[in-house]
Design a binder for this molecule. Structure first.
Ligand code: DX5
Ligand code: ZN
Length: 218
């Protein structure tokens, strides 16, 4: 699998989202959109109206990461709106298989995210239902947190399970991914890299994306 970079707009200027999206257009593979609801995580960001506005503002496909309660109720709406990838949290879903199938039925890639304390082995049987597995490398909720090195063995175990399954499932890491941590993530087997501060707090976000990609491809 080729390396893919997904800059997180959580670290961008929310008052200028269209401009911020434009800064990585044609350079990043995805734009990562963190949806938070003050319930699943102790932070509040944005929802469907802003995702719909972003879809009109950029040609970069949207990678929507739903850190919300009741994803079964809300996730299909994001896929139907046109998000190219929709990821739900295993800890929040009550009917993960039904919801993942609804996301796919709406034409989006279906992702399943795991908090740091959630074992990947519990979800091995769901691999045929997903297009991407997201191993969180921080506790979800905020950008700019320190990368959790203790998650690297889990990334490697996730890679082994995906390889054993043999299907086309991408392995994403999210949280603290930077020029100093991305190589270790790639070595552990990740292929889709979310980066918030490392891209949007850099002087030149486009150059930061190129640098991250080069390091992950080494
Ligand atoms: C955190 C979010 C991340 C966040 C990553 O809960 O899911 O996507 O934007 O930001 P950095 O890369 O700064 O850790
Ligand atoms: Zn995220």
């Amino acid at each position: 699998m080729a390396v893919q970079i997904s800059p997180s707009i959580l670290s961008a200027d929310f008052a200028r989202l269209a401009d911020e999206a434009a800064r990585v257009e044609g350079i990043a593979d995805w734009l990562h959109v963190d949806v938070m609801d003050y319930r699943f995580v102790p932070n509040l960001t944005l929802g469907l109206p802003i995702v719909e506005a972003l879809l009109k503002a950029t040609t970069t496909p949207l990678d929507c990461h739903l850190m919300i309660e009741e994803p079964d109720r809300w996730a299909p709406d994001y896929a139907e709106a046109g998000a190219a990838s929709v990821t739900i949290h295993a800890e929040a879903a009550r009917a993960a298989v039904r919801t993942l199938r609804a996301i796919r039925a709406a034409g989006a890639r279906a992702g399943l995210a795991l908090n740091p304390a959630t074992p990947v082995e519990l979800y091995e049987d769901l691999l045929p239902e997903i297009d991407m597995l997201l191993v969180m490398t921080v506790e979800p909720g905020f950008g700019g947190q320190r990368f959790l090195d203790i998650m690297l063995p889990k990334v490697a175990r996730a890679r082994a399970l995906i390889d054993k399954y043999g299907g086309d499932v991408w392995l994403q890491v999210d949280g603290g991914v930077s020029e100093t941590t991305i190589e270790r993530c790639a070595e552990a087997g990740a292929d889709v890299f979310v980066a918030g501060n490392a891209v949007y707090r850099a002087d030149d976000p486009a150059r930061a994306v190129r640098n991250l990609r080069a390091l992950a491809e080494k």
